[in-house]
Every structure is written in structure tokens, then in C-alpha cells.
Design a binder for this molecule. Sequence first.
Ligand SMILES: *Cc1c(COP(=O)(O)O)cnc(C)c1O
Ligand SMILES: [Zn+2]
Length: 431
Amino acid sequence: MREKYLLRCPGCGRSFPDHYTLDCPSGCDALLRTVYAERRLTPRNLPGIFRYKDWLPVEGHLPLDAGPVSYESVGLARELGLSNLTVTFSGYWPERGGGMETCSFKELEAQPTVLRLREKGAGVLQVSSAGNTGRAFCQISGLTGAPVVVVVPTAAAGRLWTTIPTANVCLITVDGDYSDSITFGREVCSLHGIVPEGGAKNVARRDGMGTVVLDGTLAAGRLPDYYFQAVGSGTGGIAAWEAAGRLVADGRFGSRLPELHLSQNLPFVPMVRAWEAGRGVIVPAEDMPDAEASIARVYADVLTNRHPPWGIRGGVRDALAASGGRMYAVANEDARSAGRLFAETEEIDLDPAAAVAVASLARAVEEGFVDPEKRVLLNVTGGGYERAAEDLDRYLVEPFLRVAAGAAFDGNLRQEVAAWLAEQAEVAARA
Ligand SMILES: *Cc1c(COP(=O)(O)O)cnc(C)c1O
Ligand SMILES: [Zn+2]
């Protein structure tokens, strides 16, 4: 293999070069994976996640110092009675070197995604997200000048802030719910030159999130025995499993995959239900009854994805099964008190989703699901909002268009976005 990496389909086993490919050319219902020529991980002297460039589907790097930071916990570990607890933190925490200013690990996904797209010359990225993902992509757009089309429900537009000005974001707000924005976002991709970001199917997103396991393992010197994370789509869990598999193949960090311990927030816990029922598909009536009402009641709403890549080949269920993992349903009050415990013992505020993961870890210890002498990697997927609000500027991204739910993407709307796209091409040509 001469390329740095190839894509491989776990469905049919075929390998092929990457053209910003999101799906198997033979049509398999499977998540494509990267296979890197480099079997050993050599950390590079580059900023942030590009330290792990060997195992990212990009050739170059971005000059951004925003990677995961890992350390051995003292306070929380003592409180929980754990001997080997590594915290891998993604967010804003200057004392520990945490430089993700939009405060979540979605920046791990956004960076390699933007760079991969640029290197492949695939077009302008389109993202539909009501929260952390949209904010992360706006931030990386602001930092790199990469154009991005972001479609969100109008009610969620207030969450799209950055810490630097953005000049290349086309923000479209949809007067409807998250599904309406996804539908409209898909329509926008019918415009030549705009490509969907692809979610869990995007190998750059997964390998970017996988740097959490690389960083935590290098910090501890060994692969963890257990990996804890709160999940909405579960993409981070898949990414952790894939990254751990690469480290096993490397041979220097242990030979066993960590057990995945993944958590969701009650009352919206479709993957927990499907897992407990042993089902390969999520059945809405069984696994997420009264979805809308349940979603409205959770503390950590970034965990409320209705279409996680659950049963797909190489998806969350496969990752759990292969690693001998387990799922947790966490109540709001348990997450809140775990968030407080973390703030007291580790001295940083958490994203509600990260608090769900901490609560699942406390439960696992209490119920004996983990051996307290073994190695735990806690993926703290977001935090530092309070610090960021004190230290950093905040810019609200201005909407470019506002559309009704179910609006057709034609006529004026289409022309406006096409004009924006043409302008971006001019800006790029001048640069
Ligand atoms: C998106 C998100 C999650 C869930 O991540 P997935 O792996 O995509 O399910 C957890 N925590 C935070 C802070 C997030 O933004
Ligand atoms: Zn295939």
C-alpha cells in the first residue's frame, strides 16, 4: 500500500482510495473505515490533534492547538475509589492546555473533516446541528476561513456562537424542529458544490474523535480496560473502538480492547433499550416512546439523536459487542450531582453530557461493573463553559436566511445560496 491510507468496507471487505467517500461503492449498509499504512503510532511535533496525524485521513495539518488533554485524576479518583483513572478532557481549560474554545469534543471532528474536504477538493461542507457540532464547525470555519453551510432550527440559533469572528458561514435557520433542519440541509446539498458532512459515516469525524483514546492511552502508557462516554449518536464510541483496535495492532499498549461503557440520559435512551432487548434495530415505539416529550425532559440534550448508527455494520452495537461493553441509563438528578462532584474534585464545569458519563462511572463502581484497580479512561466530552465565558470574546453567528419548515429549496432561496457559494469561490480564488 503506497497511499497513507485506504478506505475499507467491513461489509464486503473491499479497499479503495478516498475521494471524500461516505458510502461503500458496492452499496453495503456499513460504515467505511480507514486503514493506515503506518501500523505504529508516532506522535508528531504538531499542535493539537495533529500530533496524531499518522492516524488521521489528511495529508497536512491545521495550525490549531485544540486537542484532547489527558491527566491522571486524583480528586475524582479518590472520591470514587479508583486507582487508575485517566481523564481525557475536550473543552476549554487553559491550566491543563485545553484549547477547544467552543467547549466540546465536536472540535475534534470538525478539524480533520474541514481539512480532508479541502484536500480532496470535494466542495463546501453542509452541517445540520442544533448544538455543539454546529458551533464547532462555525469556529473552525472562523479559524481557517473554510466555508460552511450550517442549518439549524431557529430556536437553537442562539447556541451558534464562536470566539472569533466568522466571515464564511452561511447560517440557515429553519422554523421547525431538528428533523426539519436535517431535511432542508439535505435539499441544500442538491446544489452543485455543497456536500453533506456525513455524520458517523465520515471517517475524518470518527478518527478525529478517536484521538481521545490515542491521547489517553499515551498519557497512561497502556490501553485502558474501560472506556466511559455519554452518547447520542454513539459515533464517539465507534471511534474509540476503532482507535483502540489500531493501538492493539501497534502492539506496544496492550492486547485487549477496552470495554465500552456508554451512557444515555433518561428518559430518552433508545440505544440502552435496544441493547437490553438485544435488538439490532431501534424500534421507535419500544425504544423511544413519546420521543418528543422525552427529549424535552433530558438534562443533556446533545444526547438525543433519533437515528444513531446502531445496527449498521461497524456501528455502535458492533462496537459494544466486540468490546464486551455495557450501557447505562442516567437520570437527570444523578447527572447533575455527578457534574457538581466533578467540579468540586477536578475544578472545572462540565457539559451536561459529560456529567452523564461521570454519573455512569459512579454507578459502575457502585454496582461492581468495573474492577477499581484496573485502568479507566473517562472521556470528558465537553466542559469549561464558565471559564470560556469569563476569558473569551463571544460572537453570535448571524443568520443568512430564515426559512419555514418544509420550505422547498428552489427559486429565490436556491439563488441566494448559489450566490453565496459563488462569492466563496471568488474569495478562495483571490486568496
Ligand atoms: C455530541 C456530544 C456527545 C455525544 O457524542 P456521540 O459520540 O456523537 O454520541 C457527548 N458529549 C458532548 C459534549 C457532545 O457534544
Ligand atoms: Zn461494501
